[in-house]
Design a protein around this ligand. Structure first.
Ligand SMILES: [Zn+2]
Length: 415
């Protein structure tokens, strides 16, 4: 028999406690850098129901079920890597000519919560990419559709019959919010067909184009691309590659400076062969930083100089970029470039994708795509990553209970 008065009293106590614990998780004492909201100071970040609930100084730990001490660390929006390759094509036999990787295997340990596949699939292969990877991954996976219908690595990026702008635009429009633009890459044909088709699709779907400029020839030069062919908001990736006259007589190509003035975006796209100190160092010195930092993640780059998102960010940081600018390049700038303004910030109500990053001090070496080293005194390490408010990476067990107090489920596994 329950005493009704006791039950009511208990309910009242329970609702009182409930009212006192409004948050699921509290990141306490970190230095918040939220470029969009112009926050660059010590703040607490409270999370409830998978969303950012409050960003303020001194939120009491008693208001959260779990408070995590992140003093001495930077709390940023989940990182956005706008150039990766995460679509393994089904027609290929295992490992044959396929350098794409599984997104969840690389992202959270690096603070990355959103990746943009840069043209591995085209409009013909996108439905398979969506069904097998995008809809299954825990990482938010977005896509730039290759303007070649067959996609990348098929040997068909040069085939003019594969450049179907309207078909690409239709697929992009039908998948708006997941497809965020178009990619043209590795084009070795004589003219501008691939770039023009991508821009046409971009106009039809009202989405940006990312360009890997492929091979130069008599007709195709950087200045015509950046000043005539691309629209403001289109993205030039591999900006420090040096393969396409990004540096002329030791100076940043004046066409790049002029293009930035007219709104063309410059993205890092580190990759396996697109980042060299002899381009990056003078460019940074001459005041030409990248707008966004992306990895061009694939099996080639991750085992070479690029390594990872935080290593790519460290490479730019050690060339003299300010820490808050490196965060901006990896969060809010990237979100704006792909026109996904709900991402890359810590707005109240935003999905709680958060990266907690540490800066190690010491003597470190960073490699470029040729294998040349640059010494640096700071290295970024990802301590903790949240995706939709859930802890998905915890390098030091900061968010975890000690094992002696842990409520283990001691079920025996016998059959
Ligand atoms: Zn790429």
């Amino acid at each position: 028999m329950y005493c009704i008065r006791c039950t009511l009293a208990l309910l009242a106590v329970a609702s009182f406690i409930g009212a006192q614990v409004p948050y699921d998780l509290l990141l306490k004492g970190g230095h918040v850098i939220d470029t969009k909201n112009r926050i660059n100071s010590v703040m607490d970040v409270a999370i409830a129901g998978g969303k950012i609930a409050r960003v303020a100084a001194n939120i009491p730990s008693s208001e959260a079920h779990r408070a995590v001490n992140v003093q001495g660390l930077t709390v940023a929006p989940g990182l956005i890597d706008i150039h990766v390759h995460v679509y393994q094509r089904p027609e290929l036999k295992a490992l044959e000519r396929d350098s794409s990787v599984q997104p969840d295997a690389h992202t959270f340990r690096e603070g990355v919560t959103t990746v943009v596949d840069a043209g591995t699939s085209g409009w013909r292969t996108f439905p398979d990419f969506r069904a097998r990877v995008i809809d299954k991954a825990q990482t938010r996976v977005l896509a730039l559709l290759n303007i070649s219908g067959a996609g990348m690595g098929t040997g068909r990026e040069d085939e003019l019959t594969e450049l179907e702008a309207s078909a690409a635009a239709r697929t992009a429009t039908a998948n708006r919010g997941i497809v965020v633009g178009f990619k043209t890459a590795h084009f070795g044909g004589p003219g501008w067909e691939s770039i023009e088709a991508a821009v046409t699709a971009g106009k039809q779907a009202d989405m940006p184009v990312m360009v890997d400029f492929g091979y130069l020839n008599q007709i195709r030069n950087l200045s015509t691309l950046l000043l005539d062919k691309l629209r403001p908001g289109d993205i030039y990736t591999h900006c420090y590659s040096g393969h396409r006259e990004e540096l002329v007589d030791g100076k940043v190509n004046p066409a790049m400076v002029a293009a930035r003035k007219r709104g063309v975006i410059f993205d890092l796209g580190f990759g396996a062969g697109s980042f060299y100190w002899y381009v990056a160092a003078p460019a940074m010195q001459q005041g030409f930083p990248p707008d966004s930092i992306s990895t061009d993640l694939h099996t080639g780059s991750m085992n070479a100089g690029m390594k990872s998102m935080t290593n790519s960010m460290s490479s730019i940081l050690n060339l003299g970029a300010k820490w808050e600018d490196v965060i901006a390049m990896s969060t809010w700038n990237a979100a704006k470039e792909i026109k996904q303004l709900a991402l890359g910030n810590l707005d109240v109500g935003a999905e709680a994708d958060v990266a907690v990053l540490g800066l190690e001090r010491g003597d470190f070496g960073f490699l470029d795509s040729a294998g040349a080293a640059n010494r640096g005194s700071q290295r970024i390490l990802c301590e903790l990553t949240l995706r939709k408010g859930r802890v998905v990476w915890d390098r030091n067990g900061r968010a975890a209970a000690d094992w002696k107090a842990f409520p283990y489920d001691r079920k025996k596994w016998t059959k």
